[in-house]
Design a protein around this ligand. Structure first.
Ligand code: SF4
Length: 432
């Protein structure tokens, strides 16, 4: 097998950087394993180790700092036949620590290569999760206050079944990398190296001293017998294959012509418990039954059953790129809390807009037409005001009509909920 090094963009590191040795060792490993570029996905983190994906002719993914394991997990789950290899520095290791724990607990068949040179090399030599307290780094004294992370101990404790400490300079590195990649589960190789561009400018560290330091630690040489268990992806596929297939999402049948040619915006202003969000959903479903695009953006307090409840709706024959409301053609005002929450909106309304308001509410000044509805005279309860207002709009052929509303209700509700909503609809369609 020939080298997978990308000759049009070969590795470039500071002179003497141990990353270069690892790049070449990884390439040699691929050759020894006789695997081709299209069988490998290299997922790189951020930093100097984050350049690895560009140095090889393989599939590649380069994402956010500390998150490489999450992308790798998705890639491996969707393409289990790929060899998925993550390159991450000690910076990404600290930033994405929780993802490391999840990967160890999960045991998905992929390999994490930690290129551990004890500092954030690319950004100026700041301390990282593995910087020794006695080191002199570019971020002052902070490393003196923290214990360095022993990634291998943590990974082993979290359930990783293949954990190896290594020197970037050890002779059998290629063999170790092959063992890790061949391991049927999550494997980690924590490779210690030097960063002449930053770290070794202020700290004495050599291949020999790395070897001595590693020899002083508890050995981690690969398989962790106590953590051996079935591989996650295989188990996942076995268990999921026994599940009933998910139902095909129910589509909205397009049976009507839209009542307008371009875009309409609607705002429902109510309070918690008035089914504002559901009413907004019904208007969207009605619009979709006429082939329109529809968006709904809701606002409500995190508290339950109190505070304003507001729904911003856009219906348009064109794609909707942004869900924000700019020029509402209809404002449905059914509770004072909702009105007060959006009081700044009213001054912007022109005479082309209509406010459908429950009688008795105090509206801020505007130039819009106001259409008042006496909900109490209709004998309706507060929780039905929003549905009643939608029905009144349908009766006026504004935004939606009766047929569109009926289809939307039949799509959205079943049983007694459908009966109740149809009753409100029939009562209010002729109210204007
Ligand atoms: S800054 Fe350090 S890690 Fe980055 S290329 Fe230079 S020597 Fe290597």
């Amino acid at each position: 097998m020939t080298s997978l090094i990308n000759t049009s963009r070969p590795p470039v590191f500071c002179p003497g950087c141990s990353h270069e040795r690892i790049t070449l060792a990884l390439d040699k490993t691929f050759q020894n394993m006789n695997i081709a570029g299209h069988e490998i996905a290299l997922v790189s983190d951020i930093g100097c180790s984050g350049l690895f994906d560009t140095f090889f002719n393989t599939h590649a993914f380069h994402g956010l700092h500390g998150r490489a394991l999450t992308y790798a997990a998705g890639i491996k789950m969707s393409r289990p036949g790929l060899h998925v290899i993550v390159t991450m520095g000690d910076g990404g290791l600290g930033i994405g620590g929780a993802h490391l724990l999840s990967a160890c607990r999960r045991n998905l068949n992929m390999t994490l290569l930690i290129l551990n040179n004890f500092n954030f090399g690319m950004t100026g030599g700041q301390f990282s999760a593995t910087t020794p307290p006695e080191a002199s780094v570019g971020s002052g004294f902070l490393n003196q206050l923290e214990r360095p992370l022993d990634a291998c101990q943590v990974a082993s404790a979290a359930g990783a079944a293949f954990v190896a400490r290594a020197s970037s300079y050890q002779k059998d590195l290629v063999d170790l990398l092959e063992q890790a990649i061949r391991f049927d589960g999550f494997s980690i190789v924590d490779m210690w190296g030097v960063c002449p561009g930053r770290y070794t400018k202020k700290n004495k560290i050599t291949p020999a001293s790395i070897g001595e330091s590693l020899a002083g630690l508890s050995p981690m040489t690969g398989v962790v017998e106590a953590n051996i268990r079935p591989e996650y992806g295989t188990q996942y596929r076995e268990l999921s294959s026994a599940l009933k297939p998910a139902n095909t999402p129910k589509g909205v049948a397009v049976n009507f012509k839209p009542l307008f040619s371009n875009r309409r915006e609607v705002i429902l202003l109510g309070s918690a418990g008035q089914r504002i969000i559901t009413a907004g959903e019904i208007i969207c479903l009605a619009g979709m039954s006429a082939g329109l695009n529809a968006t709904q953006k809701n606002e409500y307090n995190i508290t339950v059953l109190r505070g304003p409840s507001i729904s911003d709706l856009v219906l348009s024959s064109d794609p909707i790129g942004y869900t924000g409301i700019e020029h509402p053609s209809v404002v449905v005002a059914i509770a004072q809390e909702g009105i007060d929450r959006r009081k700044g909106l009213f001054a912007k309304l022109g005479p082309e807009s209509m406010i459908l308001a429950v009688k008795g509410l105090v509206l801020p000044d505007s130039r819009a037409r106001v259409h008042e509805i006496d909900m109490k005279a209709l004998g309706l309860k507060s929780q039905d005001y929003a549905m009643a207002a939608v029905s009144i709009l349908a009766g006026m052929n504004l935004i939606l009509n009766a047929d569109m509303l009926k289809q939307a209700l039949e799509y959205r509700f079943r049983g007694s909920a459908l009966e109740a909503s149809l009753t409100v609809m029939n009562q209010c369609l002729t109210t204007s």
